[in-house]
Design a binder for this molecule. Structure first.
Ligand code: NAP
Length: 265
């Protein structure tokens, strides 16, 4: 099943499961800028919510909003019993400490799963694992390579693959090219999340049945591009666009529903 088909069918399942609920899950998105990329991500999240019958609202603040004001809004949202969960859309303006904001969101309401005490996982890695499971891909004992070590993608991805009993290697910008080539050639599953358009290309050797999960998003006048060039000689490669972005959106809705179920059971 393609990711687009999986996205549509999973959404239908979620819509059906929420249909008969009297009190719908209540989701809030806080946005502190007006940049086109954030606008597009937020629009997608609100559209998904509306299609699933989730009550969603956007609190859009100007870029000049102070850290103090944002923290005080988060405090109010943490306390508001009518709201199941919320997110603060990243990135934030430079004068606001992202880490401080992530830690201020109550783990009970943290739909993004960024808080270290949250019982939920960050949406991109969780969405990827869900899709690999759905496709019946056996993860146990496979050699998994994670390229990138960010807090929101690379590190949690490595942790989740380890929990699936993969042999996990993480590489980064300081990894030597010769080592990168060796790790890529030996990998059964490669998750690439670095934001470097076409980094994985034909100059590398791949296992012929390898799986490449392309998280990267780079934008130019021709649209969106992944960290891997399309159509590499592997078993499965996720597209950009229409790939991991959709899996992330699904995992976000699933995280919200988990919080809702915890609150209503
Ligand atoms: P990030 O915080 O900028 O981290 C990038 C990571 O890539 C860092 O660990 C960096 O290594 C590594 N890196 C950079 N250049 C490299 C190179 N040439 N070789 C090897 N490693 C290199 O980025 P992020 O937030 O993880 O996001 C990564 C990409 O995924 C971005 O394009 C972002 O837009 C995209 N993304 C997509 C989704 C989605 O839903 N599809 C979700 C989140 C992110 P160092 O640690 O050594 O600096």
């Amino acid at each position: 099943m393609t990711i687009k088909e999986y996205f549509a069918s999973r959404k239908q399942e979620i819509r059906d499961s929420l249909f008969s609920l009297e009190v719908k899950p209540h989701f809030v998105v806080v946005q502190v800028n007006d940049d086109p990329a954030s606008n597009a991500y937020v629009k997608g999240k609100l559209k998904d919510s509306a299609e699933l019958g989730i009550t969603a609202e956007l609190i859009k603040l100007p870029e000049s909003t102070s850290e103090e004001k944002l923290l005080s809004l988060i405090k109010k949202l943490n306390k508001n019993q009518e709201i199941d969960g919320f997110i603060v859309q990243m990135p934030l303006p430079r004068h606001i400490d992202q880490q401080k904001i992530k830690l201020a969101i109550s783990p009970e309401k943290d739909v993004d799963g960024f808080h270290p005490l949250s019982s939920l996982n960050p949406c991109t890695p969780q969405g990827i694992i869900n899709y690999l499971h759905h496709e019946g891909i056996v993860l146990q004992s496979k050699n998994a390579l994670v390229i990138g070590r960010s807090e929101i993608v690379g590190k949690p991805m490595a942790k989740l693959l380890l929990a699936e009993n993969c042999n996990v290697t993480t590489v980064h910008s300081k990894t030597l090219r010769e080592d990168m080539e060796r790790y890529v050639a030996n990998a059964d599953i490669i998750v690439v999340a670095i934001g470097r358009q076409g980094f994985l290309d034909e100059s590398f050797t791949y296992k012929k049945d390898a799986i490449i999960v392309d998280v990267g998003i780079s934008r130019d006048e021709n649209g969106l591009h992944g960290d891997a060039v399309p159509n590499l000689p592997v078993g499965l490669q996720t597209p950009v666009p229409g790939g991991v972005g959709l899996l992330t959106r699904l995992a976000l809705m699933e995280n919200l529903i988990k919080i809702y179920e915890r609150n209503h059971n």
